[in-house]
Write a protein that binds this ligand. Structure first.
Ligand SMILES: *[C@@H]1O[C@H](CO)[C@@H](O)[C@H](O)[C@H]1NC(C)=O
Ligand SMILES: *[C@@H]1O[C@H](CO)[C@@H](O)[C@H](O)[C@H]1NC(C)=O
Ligand SMILES: *[C@@H]1O[C@H](CO)[C@@H](O)[C@H](O)[C@H]1NC(C)=O
Ligand SMILES: *[C@@H]1O[C@H](CO)[C@@H](O)[C@H](O)[C@H]1NC(C)=O
Ligand SMILES: *[C@@H]1O[C@H](CO)[C@@H](O)[C@H](O)[C@H]1NC(C)=O
Ligand SMILES: *[C@@H]1O[C@H](CO)[C@@H](O)[C@H](O)[C@H]1NC(C)=O
Ligand SMILES: *[C@@H]1O[C@H](CO)[C@@H](O)[C@H](O)[C@H]1NC(C)=O
Ligand SMILES: *[C@@H]1O[C@H](CO)[C@@H](O)[C@H](O)[C@H]1NC(C)=O
Ligand SMILES: *[C@@H]1O[C@H](CO)[C@@H](O)[C@H](O)[C@H]1NC(C)=O
Ligand SMILES: *[C@@H]1O[C@H](CO)[C@@H](O)[C@H](O)[C@H]1NC(C)=O
Length: 655
């Protein structure tokens, strides 16, 4: 077989040194005085960087051919020093450079933790959240449900195992680094880094509701600053909603996209002489209500050579060109140069915005395109976080979650289904032509698509025209989840709503407002309550649009799999769990059954590496050496040598 020629660029190097910081004894002062135990850690989760489908665009053709930036998990632990052995007074938030959190990966991480004599008692399904940064350039095949496996030809164990191992590494480092510290929160307004990709759905929301907001996207970047006992920053957790689609569907280099870039920029700014991945300062750029956001800030244009509409804006209602979505492409701020420049700019804007909140001396001007810099004047000063650390988690069966709307009407969610405007990218469906089989995985599973939806399901999902009735597709295993994770993490007056899907901008605003009001009205928090959304986390429940956006059936509405009442159902269920965040909480809520374990029965069609040899060369032979010249920081160093297939072993970078 062929040997792989590896191109190594200096800035992608990685290393895995462990942090050996000793855990310091907890002080008596507790969370109610603003004293916390804080731990941060980072781990490499990069799976096979060649010959493997990438996760996000659901494109059979997007198979990875190398590496742009390594993918990482960043783990943050916050605990109450006055109650240091209780999982109730502790949270573990993981921001992972993957497209979305996944039930199977989360289960594997928790199973591994549960066998650890120390960590097993401290980190539980209730206090541990796995949030994806929503990179669309990560290695694919790790999700447990069948539908997202169709383009990766099933489950790719190597991808999932790399995520599990690297995340555990990050958690162990974070736990080992636990030390007394304090936490502050603030935000800034970041313009020019996101744009609404479905404005025709957004305007369906009531005018009086839209009038409350200046923009059709959330522009605030919120930051939790994590300090040691002397007030020196050890890390940060930021929240900002922007899709991880700066790199396009035709990119085949594995990357953390703009959030991975932002984190890399912050960490290397903080520790300029440290090899990436070996840093002790950890910067989490957590994804938020990402549903209808785009980093392609110039807008979406038709790339239809020869057509009259070539180069024009895509059609407004459905983002089509000549009636088809395929030619419509968003353009990032570096469009004229490359998507890698766009990726840098959107990552850099988030890095600079976070820095501005972290440091009062940070620049007020942020570069958002090659030609444009925006001035951010609305940065709020950091205020101290204090109060109990709490968490709550339940599984919720969304097949038919029945509840009462605020106006007294009974509503229900529906078994999952995807509409026509949603999975447009799953072009295997159109490719379903028995005489021209294109996808061997689809050939195996397509007969398991159930008969047309029942009238009850059609009525429940109305007005969605059902393309894939996945709520009834359980063979050979579940196509999309029936049961999702509902979770909240509280650090004093700061509360994270950990969401199993992609909420749109307005869905996120309604969710945050409703939960903040409930936290205050139930006496748990006062008006300093600060509520953010993190997602897609834990289980991928696709999109969550508002009822009004759902009625438009744009991409996000068509992909709101549990029907028009999905958002209201989440608001209902999360609100009911608010009492479990109280200082004086006892007991735990009743939960539905967890989703079934599916990784052990998953189909895997990716062929293993059978033969790997160096041809006429030896492994390690240098084919093109570095130029004999002086390099300075920022230069690209190119070398070409004979390497093994990167799929042959995942142990190269991280033992
Ligand atoms: C990583 O950090 C550790 C601890 O500071 C250090 O001993 C090790 O040399 C570092 N590794 C690299 C590759 O820089
Ligand atoms: C990968 O496969 C091995 C061997 O079958 C198994 O023990 C392991 O649990 C799998 N890992 C994941 C994350 O599925
Ligand atoms: C930003 O911080 C200010 C001051 O704390 C607060 O009033 C505002 O609600 C925050 N913005 C968001 C989006 O949380
Ligand atoms: C805080 O400062 C004291 C006194 O300078 C020093 O002994 C201690 O090591 C510092 N702690 C940290 C976490 O840096
Ligand atoms: C990738 O797609 C973008 C947008 O359609 C295009 O501008 C760019 O040239 C493409 N890149 C490659 C390498 O084909
Ligand atoms: C959902 O539950 C309600 C009441 O529990 C019931 O009336 C309805 O038939 C159920 N719908 C489905 C699709 O099972
Ligand atoms: C209650 O609200 C739902 C959702 O907006 C709506 O469909 C229903 O008609 C309303 N019921 C009443 C009695 O207003
Ligand atoms: C299926 O493939 C055959 C043979 O290539 C072709 O004639 C036919 O038009 C295709 N059908 C569809 C629906 O694409
Ligand atoms: C817990 O505190 C809340 C408000 O702070 C109060 O309403 C509730 O009665 C308390 N519950 C118990 C069991 O003490
Ligand atoms: C590299 O260049 C230096 C200075 O021009 C020269 O002395 C040295 O021999 C060169 N090394 C190689 C390997 O060509």
């Amino acid at each position: 077989m062929h040997a792989f020629v590896l191109y190594l660029f200096a800035f992608v190097t990685s290393a895995c040194g462990g942090l050996l910081a000793q855990r310091q004894d907890a002080r008596v002062q507790g969370a109610n005085e603003g004293h916390y135990l804080v731990g941060v850690g980072i781990g490499d989760i990069t799976g096979p960087v060649v010959e493997t489908n990438m996760m996000g665009y659901a494109s059979l053709a997007q198979t990875d051919t190398g590496l742009h930036m390594r993918q990482r998990s960043r783990a943050f632990i916050i605990a109450d020093p006055s109650d240091p052995t209780s999982p109730t007074s502790r949270i573990l938030l993981i921001s992972s450079d993957i497209c979305m959190g996944d039930t199977g990966v989360r289960r594997s991480i928790l199973d591994a933790l549960s066998t650890d004599p120390v960590l097993g008692d401290l980190y539980t399904p209730s206090n541990t959240a796995l949030v994806g940064t929503h990179s669309h350039s990560g290695v694919g095949g790790y999700l447990e449900d069948l539908l997202p496996q169709t383009t990766s030809l099933g489950y790719v164990n190597q991808t999932a195992q790399a995520i599990v191992d690297g995340t555990l590494n990050a958690i162990h480092k974070a736990h080992a680094s636990l030390a007394p510290g304090s936490i502050r929160v603030g935000n800034t307004t970041l313009l020019g880094a996101n744009r609404n990709r479905s404005p025709s759905a957004y305007v369906a929301n009531p005018p009086e509701e839209r009038a409350k907001y200046q923009y059709d996207q959330d522009k605030e970047l919120s930051v939790l600053r994590l300090d040691d006992a002397n007030g020196t920053a050890r890390g940060l957790i930021s929240f900002f909603a922007v899709h991880g689609t700066s790199l396009y569907e035709n990119n085949t280099l594995v990357s953390g996209d703009n959030k991975g870039m932002a984190a890399y920029l912050y960490e290397s700014y903080s520790e300029p002489n440290t090899v990436p991945g070996n840093n002790s300062f950890v910067a989490g750029f957590v994804q938020s209500n990402v549903g209808d956001t785009s980093p392609n800030t110039l807008g979406a244009f038709c790339e239809s050579p020869g057509q009259s509409y070539d180069g024009q804006l895509c059609e407004y209602e459905h983002a089509t060109c000549g009636g088809y979505v395929e030619d419509c492409h968003g353009r990032g701020p570096g469009f004229r140069i490359s998507d890698f420049v766009s990726n840098f700019l959107i990552g850099n804007a988030q890095f600079e915005a976070a820095r501005q909140v972290m440091e009062s001396s940070a620049p007020k001007v942020i570069l958002t395109s090659p030609d444009t810099a925006i001035e951010t004047s609305k940065t709020t000063s950091l205020t101290g976080v204090k109060g109990s650390v709490r968490n709550v988690h339940v599984y919720v069966d969304m097949m038919n979650y029945t509840f009462t709307l605020p106006n007294g009407t009974i509503a229900s969610t529906c078994p999952a289904a995807l509409g026509f405007d949603g999975p447009g990218a799953f072009d295997f469906v159109q490719g379903d032509n028995s005489s021209t089989p294109q996808n061997p995985f689809w050939e195996i599973v397509k007969d398991a698509v159930t008969p047309p939806p029942s009238q009850e399901q059609i009525d429940c999902q109305y007005p969605k025209p059902i393309l894939l009735n996945t709520g009834y597709a359980d063979e050979p295993y579940q196509w999309s989840p029936h049961t999702v994770d509902v979770q909240m993490l509280r650090v004093g007056n700061f509360v994270v709503l950990v969401m199993p899907g992609e909420l749109t901008t307005m869905a996120g605003r309604r969710m945050r407002d409703a939960l903040r009001a409930r936290l205050i009205s139930s006496g748990i928090l006062d008006s300093s309550a600060y509520v953010v959304i993190a997602g897609p986390a834990n289980t991928y429940g696709h999109y969550v649009a508002t009822r009004e956006e759902y009625s438009i059936q744009r991409y996000e509405g068509a992909s709101t799999i549990f029907g028009p009442a999905a958002l209201e159902a989440y608001i209902d269920r999360y609100s009911a769990l608010v009492p479990y965040l109280a200082d004086n909480v006892t007991g735990s809520p009743t939960s539905d059954a967890p989703p079934p374990e599916q990784t052990s029965v998953a189909i895997s069609l990716q062929t293993p590496v059978i033969v790997d040899n160096a041809g006429f060369n030896q492994f390690g032979d240098v084919l093109v050496d570095v130029e004999n010249t002086t390099y300075s920081a920022g230069d690209t160093v190119t070398v070409q040598f004979v390497g093994a297939n990167p799929r042959a072993s995942m142990l190269v970078f991280c033992p």
